[in-house]
Design a protein around this ligand. Structure first.
Ligand code: ZN
Length: 70
C-alpha cells in the first residue's frame, strides 16, 4: 500500500494492521475503524500525529479499502 502521509510506495508491513514508511518515518496503525499515524520523535517514542475515521477517507474509494484490507 502507499503511505498516506507521503505517498511513498515502499511502505512496509510491520504487524497485523501496522505499517511503517521508511521515507517519512511514519507508522500507520489501523485499529477498528480508525487510522492512526505516528511519527518517531528524537527520543525514539511514537507521537500520534494524525487520527481519522476510516470511513471519511475510504468512502467512496474502494481501491483504498482494498489497500488497507478493510
Ligand atoms: Zn511516508
Amino acid at each position: 500500500m502507499d503511505c498516506p502521509v507521503c505517498s511513498n510506495k515502499d511502505i512496509g508491513k510491520i504487524g497485523r494492521s501496522k505499517y511503517f514508511c521508511s521515507n517519512c518515518f511514519s507508522e500507520v496503525s489501523i485499529n477498528k475503524n480508525k487510522l492512526n499515524i505516528f511519527e518517531i520523535d528524537e527520543n525514539g517514542s511514537l507521537v500520534k500525529t494524525y487520527e481519522k475515521f476510516l470511513k471519511d477517507i475510504l468512502i467512496p474509494s474502494k481501491q483504498l479499502q482494498e489497500k488497507y484490507n478493510i
